[in-house]
Every structure is written in C-alpha cells, then in structure tokens.
Ligand binder design. Structure first.
Ligand code: ADP
Ligand code: MG
Length: 346
C-alpha cells in the first residue's frame, strides 16, 4: 500500500502517461469542438468570428505556491483567460493548457491543478481541447489559451467609447487585492512561527476573491436581452484606474470616475480598516478582480440601472479633459495607471 503523503514523481508515469492521466475525464460539450485532445491538433468549427487569447503564469512571478492551492491555481488560470474572451463580449468555448513542470512537481500536484482546470471548464461550459507538456529548470509555468466566438457586429473593442457614454462595472472591486495582502501577511507570520495555524474564516470573501476569482460570463447575454450594445469593454485585471485609461487611450477620449460610486464590498472596508489601506485605492489600483469594465451610450441608463450587479461609476469625456477621479471630498485627482506591472522589479 502506498504511504500517505508520499508523492509520485512525474518520471514514474512519463510524459504520455501523465497526459493520459490528466485528460482521461475530459468531455466535450461544445458543438463547435469537432476534435479535442488526442490528435496533432484540435479541430474547431465556429459559425461566428473566432476570438483567441493567451496568458502565461510563472511561479514566483504570478503565483506563490506557499499559499496557493494547486486546484485553485488551475481554476484561476482558466478563469483569468476566459475573462479575456468575456471582455470582448464573446462566448468562451475552448481552452488549451500548456505546462512546464519543475523537478519538484509531483503527479498528485498535477492532478490537483487539472481538477481546477476541469472545474473551471465545467463552470464556464468550455471544452479543454489540448495543450503541451514539458519540463522547466526553474519553477512551474502554466500557459492557457482560450478561444471564443461572437457575431462580428457584437464584438466589443477597447476603442469604441464616445464622450457622454456611461462607464459601467460589474460586481465589486478591491477584494482580490485585499485577499492578497492578507495571504502575504499570513505567509510572513508562518515563516516566523511555522506552528501558527491561521484562522482565515473571518476573511473568507477576500481570500476567495484572490484565490478563486470568477468572471461575469453571463454579461453578454444580459446585455443582449436588455438590447444594449456596449461601445467599449475590458476586463479588470490591473485595477479600475489602469483599465479605464486603456479604454480612454484606445478610444481617444477622457473620463471622469466618482469615488463614491465605486462598488466595494463591506469585507474590503473591514480589512482595509484593519491594515490601514484605503478601500478606494484597492479598487482603483489593486488588481485581479476579473470583473468587466464597459461603456454604454447615455440613452441606455435606465436599462443598465435595472441590474444591481452593474454599477455606473462615471462617464466618458472629450480627450482634452483627461482622465480624472472626483474624490469623496469633491477634489479632482488625475487618474494614474498604477496597475500591477509584473515586469517591474521591486
Ligand atoms: P505533440 O507531440 O503533437 O505535441 P503531445 O503528445 O504533446 O503531441 O500531445 C498529445 C495530445 O495531448 C494533443 O492533443 C495535445 O493537445 C494534448 N496535450 C498534451 N499536453 C497536454 C496538457 N498539458 N494538457 C492538455 N492536453 C495536452
Ligand atoms: Mg506536445
């Protein structure tokens, strides 16, 4: 009998054995998938335009295995990528996952990672149709490619915002960033006292938003049902400030955002108070919320208002007016793109 906690080295299975094990339960749900895993290439047939996006996550740069369970990591890696398709107002349909495994990676940790990928695929109705497997001399590297489809006239770019359009955001902001601050704090506590058993139950919401984010995949359908065609759209990976600046640059416009309209959960206020971090800063300059930021024509205000999960946080201005925030005390502050920059060394 195998000892408990004994981890199996990848070499026991070999590359092909590992791929077979990880992908044996994969099922195909999308009509557009003609062939998934198992041949030299997947075969897809979309009746609409095809959208493709890819992301790389590297251990030590984008994730820390000290506090990231691998199952959550797989889930998050998939969601983060699906979010890019959602941010084009398209329907996510397929996913490819490539992994470079470090010498420390075990078969069990790959099982956990793939449980996460498969859970996300199930949750978002996406087919896992392929990938690649290789080894890494440093840490674990994960690359996810997502594919989606949308009719040409429904696709929304970053470049279509017009003066007077309303700036809208789904869900709430800042919680994932607060969750990260908490996990970093707990890691430090653990390094000093490895016997400490952190009780994170009180912080469940912010931890979950950091480790297991979701993206509003139903937004496209909701907007279609209410007869609203957004003029621009982007997903919020680096904080609202940075993302609205992307929209404004691409659309050649300015904007004004109102601090008192930012959607922020009570848990963000609570933890912000505890660590003396302004919740608005977390919402504006934090990251990894994976909510969607979009603009709609002013005439659609009444329709948008009917959805409590959508907040109107400002509006678009002419380019010369720049991008600014009206703070709670009425002062006008220039918005800055202080998004996470993974290429910057701290
Ligand atoms: P090739 O030599 O053509 O790259 P592979 O042996 O790497 O083929 O892959 C065989 C099949 O398994 C392909 O369908 C490929 O897309 C899939 N595959 C390989 N690695 C992964 C992975 N890490 N996750 C999901 N599918 C994978
Ligand atoms: Mg291969």
């Amino acid at each position: 009998m195998q000892e408990r906690n004994k981890l199996t080295p990848i070499s026991d299975l070999g590359e092909f054995g590992l791929i077979d094990r990880l992908t044996k339960d994969v099922s195909i749900k999308q009509e557009s998938t003609l062939k998934g895993i198992g041949d030299d290439a997947a075969v897809l047939s979309h009746s609409n335009e095809t959208l493709v996006s890819t992301d790389i996550l590297a251990e030590g740069v984008h994730f820390d295995l000290a506090y990231t369970p691998l199952k959550h990591l797989g889930y998050k890696a998939a969601v983060v990528n699906i979010s890019d398709i959602v941010a084009m107002n398209a329907k996510p349909t397929q996913l490819l996952v490539s992994v470079a495994l470090s010498a420390r990676t075990s078969v069990e940790s790959m099982d956990a990672l793939y449980e996460g990928f498969q859970e996300a695929c199930k949750q978002y109705g996406v087919d896992l149709v392929g990938g690649d497997t290789t080894s890494s001399r440093s840490g674990l590297v994960i690359s996810v490619t997502s594919i989606g489809e949308a009719p040409k006239d429904k696709i929304v770019y970053r470049s279509g915002a017009k003066p007077n359009d309303l700036v809208c955001v789904t869900g709430n902001l800042g919680a994932a960033y607060m969750g990260l601050q908490l996990l970093i704090r707990e890691k430090k506590v653990f390094e000093i006292n490895p016997k400490s058993q952190p009780d994170l139950s009180k912080y469940e919401y912010i931890v979950q938003r950091q480790l297991k984010p979701e993206t509003p995949v139903n937004l496209r359908q909701k907007l279609e049902d209410m007869g609203v065609q957004p003029t621009s759209m982007i997903d919020i990976s680096d904080g609202l400030s940075s993302e609205i600046i992307h929209i404004c640059k691409n659309s050649k416009t300015g904007c004004v955002i109102y601090e008192d309209k930012l959607p922020i959960d009570q848990a963000v206020y609570d933890f912000g108070h505890e660590i003396q971090l302004d919740p608005s800063i977390a919402a504006l300059n934090g990251g990894e919320d994976y909510e969607i930021l979009f603009t709609v024509p002013l005439k659609d205000y009444d329709k948008i208002q009917r959805y409590p999960e959508i907040s109107v946080v400002g509006h678009i201005l002419e380019e010369e007016k720049g991008c600014s925030l009206v703070a709670k005390d009425g002062t006008n502050i220039e918005l800055e793109a202080q998004g996470f920059n993974h290429t910057k060394t701290n």
